[in-house]
Design a protein around this ligand. Structure first.
Ligand code: NDP
Length: 494
């Protein structure tokens, strides 16, 4: 007699995690060792600003004041450039291997204090602790290590040519990766033998000033690195100072253009790392679950405050419905809230001003006829928060498809053919990054050749390495950071 079939357990249609239990809070508790007041860092010392003015740095997760930061005026910027100019000759004359030792020391000291820096970065900027702990701080240390390794091999930066530092460099950085952008700017400049005057963003100065403590502990000669804190006027003074042989800027395209206008007609060398509106392109043969993880990482990493964020999803028509359904299910699981909680996926928006920019552009998306989706999330009552947001039925003329929102907002468009995907992806003023998801190697090669973007990720997104040059095309800027190419931008070679 035939055996009766074994009863099988019906598999659930989908696994629901978020509804089954409540997470206990898991706050990171390391002491960020903040000072109540931070001074300027000029000529190796913390000094009061000449006009005696300070501004508050706010924790965007709580809207509470974290510390007072010195406001640098033109006389302070002048003093910083004097210190840098005074230090340049001796610093440039050091053998590369000696400069490398300082960079190694800075990297190791940063590693020693990694947890403290991660907490400080999260408090000041609002990013989730798991990102500052696992990405920002280790990557910043990696940049110092990498460039320390270059310092005694500079003859290979431009083989067959004589390389030399450019002199004193003025640098201005944004608030989305405060410590990491600082490392991207400082490490190659120092390895090559340049001296630096740097301005961090107004809302996120603290980790730069904590790094100044490390520079002191590393015994870096006074004047080699100087930090002047403040807002746009301080930035303009740093960029426009006549003692700067080169300026390096990361921030919005609008301010980048203003700086280029300000410096037009001078012989100042420049590198600009500006905005982006990257296309993350999913073909119908892509591993869809993997692609969904890449899409989520591409747009929700650091609340979408990422110049190379995959803020436009281009998905092939045949799989669009499935991808969008998977994406909606996935973002329902994202945890938005206290950035210091180790379970948090999306922390606080960096500032009140940025939150209103995001709200304004999302309202424009709704007004222009795109369909909005936001999962049900309970946002904290205090602090600047925004839920993960998707827009479908987006056309290329919608503002959400054209403008850099710099927030957790994804615009979804569809395409049918490879040519259409390329056409739509390149139909933007920007050209910083792009992503391609497909099973076909030949298609990856074609896409990476035809996409006008400084970096093209294949079957992954938001991967960084100090050895890999990063930078833009078109209105995303010019010049490269990282790798040999990044060093060339801090070199004069004959
Ligand atoms: P900004 O470009 O204004 O800020 C970047 C840095 O430049 C900050 O340190 C800022 O100082 C400084 N700065 C501002 N004005 C001048 C100036 N005239 N001369 C020299 N330096 C200046 O970006 P925002 O913070 O205003 O953000 C606005 C938008 O820019 C965002 O919504 C986003 O779309 C985009 N953005 C893009 C970034 C990117 O990496 N692609 C990074 C940051 C912003 P301070 O902040 O202290 O005033």
């Amino acid at each position: 007699m035939a055996k009766p079939p074994k009863p099988t357990r019906a598999s659930p249609a989908r696994l629901i995690f978020g509804d089954l239990w409540e997470y206990d809070p898991a706050p990171e508790t390391a002491d960020p060792k903040l000072r109540a007041r931070y001074e300027l860092f000029i000529n190796g010392e913390f000094v009061r600003p000449k006009a005696g003015k300070y501004f508050d740095s706010i924790n965007p997760a709580t809207e509470r004041k974290l510390a007072e930061i010195a406001l640098a005026g033109p006389a302070d910027v002048d003093a910083a450039y004097r210190a840098a100019t005074g230090a340049f000759k001796a610093w440039a004359a050091l053998p590369g291997r000696e400069r490398g030792k300082y960079l190694f020391r800075i990297a190791r000291l940063l590693q020693d204090r990694a947890r403290e820096f991660a907490v400080a970065e999260t408090l000041d900027g609002g990013k989730p602790i798991k990102e500052s702990r696992d990405f920002d701080v280790p990557m910043a240390a990696a940049h110092f290590f990498y460039h320390a390794g270059w310092a005694d091999k500079l003859e290979y930066v431009a083989p067959g040519r004589t390389v030399a530092p450019v002199g004193v460099v003025g640098q201005v950085i944004p608030w989305n990766f405060p410590l990491l952008m600082l490392a991207w700017k400082l490490a190659p400049a120092l390895a090559m033998g340049n001296c630096v005057v740097l301005k961090p963003a107004e809302t996120t100065s603290i980790t730069a000033l904590k790094l100044a403590e490390i520079l002191q502990d590393a015994g870096l000669p006074p004047g080699v690195v100087n930090f002047v804190t403040g807002a746009a006027a301080t930035g303009a003074a740093v960029m426009g100072h006549p003692a700067a042989a080169k300026v390096a800027f990361t921030g919005s395209t609008e301010v980048g253009k203003a700086i280029m206008r300000q410096l037009a007609g001078t012989d100042r060398r420049m590198t600009m790392e500006l905005g982006g509106k990257a296309a993350n392109i999913v073909f119908d043969d892509a591993p869809l679950d993997q692609a969904v993880e890449g899409i989520v990482n591409g747009i929700f990493f650091n609340q979408g405050h990422v110049c190379c964020a995959g803020s436009r999803l281009l998905v092939q028509e045949g799989v669009a419905e499935r991808v969008i359904a998977k994406l909606k299910a996935r973002i329902r699981m994202l945890r938005v809230g206290d950035p210091l909680d180790k379970n948090t996926d999306l922390g606080a928006i960096n500032s009140k001003a940025q939150l209103s920019t995001i709200r304004r552009l999302v309202a424009a998306g709704v007004r222009e006829g795109a369909t909005i989706y936001q999962p049900p999330v309970k946002l904290p009552e205090k602090g600047y928060y925004y839920p993960p947001t998707l827009f479908t039925h987006v056309t290329q003329s919608h503002r959400v498809a054209r403008e850099e929102i710099f927030g957790p907002v994804l615009a979804i468009l569809t395409f049918r053919t490879v040519d259409e995907a390329i056409e739509k992806a390149n139909n933007t003023a920007y050209g910083l990054s792009a992503g391609v998801w497909t099973d076909k190697g030949s298609r990856i090669l074609r896409m990476s050749t035809e996409l006008k973007a400084g970096v093209v990720w294949a079957n992954t997104f938001n991967r960084f390495d100090p050895a890999s040059p990063f930078g833009g095309y078109k209105e995303s800027g010019f010049g490269r950071e990282g790798g040999r190419q990044g060093l060339l931008d801090y070199t004069s070679h004959a």
